[in-house]
Design a protein around this ligand. Sequence first.
Ligand code: F6R
Length: 607
Amino acid sequence: MCGIVGFTGKQSAAPILLDGLKKLEYRGYDSAGIAVMDQAQIEVVKVTGRIANLCEKTKDGEAVPGTCGIGHTRWATHGAPTEENAHPHLSNDGRFAVVHNGIIENYIALREELIKDGYHFESETDTEVIVHLIEMYYEGDMREALIRATNRLRGSYALGVICTEEPGKIYAVREASPLILGVGVGENFFASDVTALVNYTRNVIYLEDGEFAELTEESVRIFDVLGKTIDKKVTRILWDVQAAEKGGYEHFMLKEIMEQPGAVKATIAPRIRDGKVFFEELNITQDDLKKVRKIVITACGSAYYAGCSGKYVIEKLARIPVEVELASELRYSDPLIDEHTLLIVISQSGETADTIAAMKECKARGARTLAIVNVVGSTVATLADDTVYTWAGPEIAVATTKGFTTQVAVLYLLAMHFADKLGRLQEKEAHLLKVLESLPRKIQQAIDMNAQIPELAKKYHSSKSLFFIGRNTDYAIALEGALKMKEISYLHAESYAAGELKHGTIALIEDHQPVIAVCCNPSIMEKTLSNIVEVKSRGAEVLALTFRNNQKILSAADDFLFIPEVDPVFSAVVEIIPLQLLAYYVAKENGCDIDKPKNLAKSVTVE
Ligand code: F6R
């Protein structure tokens, strides 16, 4: 995820900006840049890759004089990770420079309008519209220009701005993206998180949505959308730096679990327009879809389980047959794939070796390829005929959480889009769109309603093995829940389709064997309930994942994880939340290295 910093004071700005950017490195990024103002001139330096490259290019900042500036680490979203797309972006007249964290949803329309008005674009980013809008609206008053420019923006943004007409001043604006001011002595700062500030000051002001700040070396002024000055409390930071890097969370995994409402929102919201699912990035026409005889989904690990849950939804809504194949198997299976196959490739990193190989194999057989990827510009994204990005931001913990839920969210959107194009949605559409839009809120509720999980972890953490059961989409989630458990807690965890128990596995059920039963699909609840009764009568302890008011399951099981009521078509993305939290707290009880489990890598670039 992008990070921004700003400094104004008596010291040289560039070394301080570079230091702040280094502190933001943990957020993940692929390019970086700074803009420093000296004698009413702005100098911009940008690089791809590491901050170390920026330090080298600027001689640790010494080559860029000036005492006021802004800096940025970029996690590519709109446009590849290149120097042109790296921030800061300059206005055409060179008087303004902008850094931005967030996404401008209406940038295409703004870009077209600005081009018509004669503005020239250097990058493919959504951000560049902002600097041109500021130039357009500037009539000698930066406050006024910022208010008018940001009034035109839809989306999320934390902005840092400098202007040659106002030497020594840095401006910051916040809307749905974190931004903090650092209040020093004879110097002031801003940054997307406190990590970048704590070396210089522990006195901070948290900006809220719709607030603007004007900083000079001696003053911090904050104003609202109408330009009215407001007073804000200065807070003293007491955290140690390490904790701040994780946003106050003990582990990145927990932080990423908590980020899921925002990540799923960022994935879904921009793709619903005028009562329809709309994919700006897809070139699949109605005729193309009519020619598709089957969809094959391929991926590895959790991404494969995301595919398993997507299969049910695509088949249910779009009525296209879907096969889900492990990439490591598909690549060597002499697959029955041709030009009538649509291959959906799912990968958080976009660099998984088996996934890339399976994709190439299927492409060679004529399949059209559609990638669901988180990392912009990755190999899978580049190879695909069509790419849909999951806007999860960087995932640092090895065990995927927000990567998985945003993949499932994209599969839901695709199911709706295909069904609509094939005329198979009709009167269901409005209701399903509402459900889709409610998912971020439901995910937040699933986080909030499970405060009992740390206690449950104390009960289950010493089990020799855990069985996860479920049916249909509940089964897909049981698979992912078991994977989360084994990879971070090192407990043996296996998932079975509940109906398969009697065909073998039930032989393993004995006194106190924990069974985690996912029962969130009302249409097959009775069936899973029978399986709960079967294992309980053989001595199992059942931990059921269900709704709070589900009396039948509540009276049959021993312990509970809850989700809020949500339409079963799209409930899987909510169901996984309590299972992620359970795995996390069990691993914590077992003293495991949660963010870096043994033997695992974040990106599996070898076969
Ligand atoms: C599990 C996990 C892995 C990945 C798998 C695929 O928590 O993270 O199972 O899902 O290695 O990785 P990507 O999605 O990067 O292709």
